[in-house]
Design a protein around this ligand. Structure first.
Ligand SMILES: Nc1ncnc2c1ncn2[C@@H]1O[C@H](COP(=O)(O)OP(=O)(O)OP(=O)(O)O)[C@@H](O)[C@H]1O
Length: 583
């Protein structure tokens, strides 16, 4: 957690409300400090009036008017200052939290696919929600209470000093000891808090996964199992938090005892000074209220230290991901002008290992030439590395060695957002639709597309007829909490979405394998129509879907072992003909 970065990037743009909030908190603290002496004045006047033996109520009231008015105006000022700093800090806190969430979310969107492979969704969402919330609450509390309590402590010590230097020095000597012990305990508590938050995030990740895959959990009747594993995770975080609570509680309890002891000491010593006529009863009253204010301020500072521990830990978890740099940028690099783009994709001796499985080489020297407007099919046994090839073409990952080129240019030189957003259309087995209308989902392929373009992409994808049959047509809401579409319908919307960007290269990764015969026919019909005049890479298990491909490459254990067309490979009597027999 970098304070300087936090100040320059998050606080400086909000310096006005921050400044006013600090000034209001300071005014509140100063006003608070004036109250003991105003009370002291009132006591002195009451004392004098009692000694003088005033008889009428009017005389009594007249004498009190001055100090009472002074107290009332102090109370009003204090109320106003409290209102000002609380509302200003809320404004500031919300702005800071909003900016942190925006920066964190943008950073998560920038990260490599490998980063997301390695982390649970819930853990990331936890940082975006709970951690930012914890940081914001703690930040607001630290500014408001921190400024008030610190100013009041310092101010009250000064006012005590003016009353009795000896007594104040003795009092001040004990405070650094408490602060020193407090900072040691603070470091230990921070460690504990960090570990508690990490466990809570793990539990959120688990909950997220289970809720997202609820149907699978229900289908396997695994509710008790999932309940138990969630409980194990939450119990870990619960135990550490309980331990943390004991630590914070013990620290605050001991601090309170020490502080109350200090007040007792002040009463004892103050009483002695009064008996030697060094101070009057009013001064003793103000002395006591000041000492009690110091006690309250220090107690709230010790509570604050617990909140600061949580806040800094949460903040460092947020900034950890904000600062993370992806190894593959999402923008920047060359773009091949549309009229020059041929769509010649070539893999040259490509080796690849997934970052989270460094001991398992998935591609072991793949060479594959996909010529412009050619349809190349990849087949082979499950786990041979076919989908990995598609991921590398999309530059979700970079090869460990070897090159992938598009029209002779290494794809690492090309702008990744141009490559994915404009050049390659990727359709896989399980299309994901976002919540929103059918039209929004198709337009996701190219946000600036017109309604006519959306409709013609849907027509090409064989989707227009079923969409127009819905009562709300293209405005029908789908995705989460929307209309449940069949697999074939979803797939055709996904095809329309991919087509909207008019990609030069189309990658179809098992695009029809999850569909029934009728849906497959409709989707295949759409695909046959859109594959014309494009470079196409098809990945399929069902060999009937690829037999018309110009080139078929058979993969085994991360290598391309056979290349040719259907007839040639069938005649060859190798793995391909074995696969045909099997099917
Ligand atoms: N994100 C990932 N992280 C780690 N390993 C992975 C990842 N994705 C795939 N693998 C591994 O890489 C190997 C190749 O997987 P890939 O999905 O490319 O095979 P495939 O030929 O497409 O298989 P299928 O036909 O079953 O889809 C497998 O051993 C798989 O376990």
């Amino acid at each position: 957690f970098s304070w300087s970065e936090f100040f320059w990037e998050y606080l400086l743009p909000e310096i006005m409300p921050l400044g006013f909030a600090i000034v209001s908190a300071l005014i509140g603290a100063v006003v608070n400090m004036r109250i003991p002496s105003a009370l002291g004045d009132l006591i002195n006047i009451l004392n004098e009036q009692a000694t003088a033996g005033l008889s009428t109520a009017a005389e009594y009231m007249t004498g009190l008017r001055g100090p009472v008015m002074q107290l009332v105006s102090l109370y009003l000022c204090q109320g106003l200052a409290t209102f000002a700093y609380i509302s200003l800090l809320s404004h500031l806190g919300e702005k800071v939290a909003c900016k942190m969430r925006k920066n964190l979310f943008e950073s998560l969107l920038r990260q490599d696919v490998a980063f997301h492979d390695q982390r649970k969704t819930g853990e990331l969402i936890d940082r975006l929600t709970s951690d930012v919330q914890d940081f914001k609450s703690s930040f607001k509390l630290c500014i408001s209470q921190g400024i008030r309590s610190t100013t009041q402590t310092i101010g009250c010590i000064c006012s005590l000093y003016s009353t009795s230097a000896k007594l104040t020095l003795a009092l001040a000597a004990t405070i650094p000891i408490i602060v020193l012990i407090g900072s040691f305990v603070g470091v230990a508590l921070r460690q504990l808090s960090k570990s508690a938050q990490a466990h809570a995030a793990e539990a959120t990740g688990k909950a997220n996964e289970v809720v997202a895959n609820f149907r699978t959990v229900r289908a396997f009747a695994n509710e008790p199992l999932e309940g138990q594993s969630y409980e194990v995770l939450i119990q870990k975080s619960c135990k550490i938090n309980q331990f943390l609570g004991i630590g914070i509680g013990a620290f605050q309890g001991i601090t309170n005892i020490a502080l109350n002891g200090i007040v007792l000491g002040v009463i004892y010593a103050g009483g002695y000074l009064m008996s030697t006529n060094e101070i009057n009863p009013g001064q003793l009253m103000s002395f006591l209220v000041s000492a009690q204010m110091i006690q309250r301020s220090l107690a709230s500072l010790s509570v604050l230290s617990g909140s600061a521990v949580r806040g800094i830990t949460a903040g460092s978890r947020v900034f950890e991901y904000i600062h993370l740099q992806p190894s593959i940028p999402i923008t920047g690099g060359r773009k091949i002008p549309y009229h020059c783009l041929l769509g010649h994709l070539r893999f040259e001796d490509v080796h690849f290992t997934y970052p989270q499985r460094p001991d398992h080489e998935v591609l072991k020297g793949v060479t594959l030439d996909i010529k412009p407007c050619q349809t190349v099919a990849l087949c082979g046994l499950s786990g041979a590395g076919k989908s990995t090839i598609a991921s590398l073409a999309e530059r979700f990952y970079d090869p460990t060695s070897g090159n992938i080129t598009l029209d002779g240019v290494d794809i690492t030189q090309l702008d990744p957002s141009w490559l994915r957003g404009r050049t390659i259309g990727y359709i896989n087995q399980e299309p994901v639709l976002f919540s929103g209308s059918v039209e929004d989902n198709i337009r996701y392929g190219r946000p600036d597309a017109t309604k006519d373009e959306v409709v013609s992409a849907a027509k090409l994808a064989n989707a227009d007829s079923f969409i127009t049959n819905f009562p709300s047509g293209y405005a029908t809401v789908v995705g989460e909490r929307g209309l449940a579409l069949s697999g074939g319908q979803k797939q055709r919307i996904a095809i329309a979405r991919a087509l909207l960007k008019n990609p030069s290269i189309l990658i179809l990764d098992e695009a029809t394998s999850a569909l029934d015969a009728e849906s497959e026919r409709l989707v295949q019909e759409a695909l046959d129509r859109v594959m014309v005049d494009r470079t196409v890479l098809i990945i399929a298990h069902r060999l009937s879907t690829i037999k018309n491909a110009d080139v078929i490459a058979v993969m085994k254990h991360g290598k391309v072992v056979e290349v040719g067309n259907h007839k040639e490979l069938k005649k060859k009597g190798g793995i391909y003909s074995e696969l045909i027999k099997l099917q």
